[in-house]
Design a protein around this ligand. Sequence first.
Ligand code: GSH
Length: 217
Amino acid sequence: MIPTITAFAQSPDRGKGQARDMRVRWALEEVGQAYDVRLVSFTEMKQAAHRAVHPFGQIPTYEEGDLALFESGAIVLHIAQQHAGLLPDDPNARARAITWMFAALSTVEPPIVDLGVALLLERDQPWYAQRLPIVRDRIRVRLGELATRLGDADWLDGAFSAGDLMMVTVLRRLNISGLLDEYPSLAAYVARGEARPAFQRAFDAQLTVFNDASKRG
Ligand SMILES: N[C@@H](CCC(=O)N[C@@H](CS)C(=O)NCC(=O)O)C(=O)O
């Protein structure tokens, strides 16, 4: 059965592949699973039909037969558990790869989301100028720690895994901030992820959605 995921009908990132459907698309491409996409507008996302699948009225979702999932981490983990290729067979290595998925989502992504919120929604606040460097420094702490752990390895724990997929998509959200350039080994790590053919296919698919929507106006 071909799963159906949801994505923005008109992504605010203008086709840069930073919305969270990108992680799901990439995971599906890595394991060679075909998928359908249902595009939703901001209005549709908040309506009852979509909220029945996603209680918080967001994307991405994942539907496959009787199963309906939300949360990009849970979706990617489900895909990785159903198919070979994104998690090692060895139980300990598998647990470590899943740990990196959680680290990406619950330790590295939060300060990156804070920066996005500050840039997008807090510019008019009187405390914006004081807050911005604090948020950027919090990200630097995490990037420094991550760079130390990565060292000169290609991936976080042996072969490429769902942990790397998640971490790369989280770090990509920093693209416009310039912060990644301060950590060349992490910039190279992201570039290695982006060079994977499965990433490219996923990126092209979401870009096509954006370009088509732009043509329609
Ligand atoms: N923790 C959720 C976050 C989902 C999320 O923030 N989705 C964004 C797009 S990347 C969204 O739907 N934003 C529109 C909104 O919240 O109204 C996940 O990882 O799936």
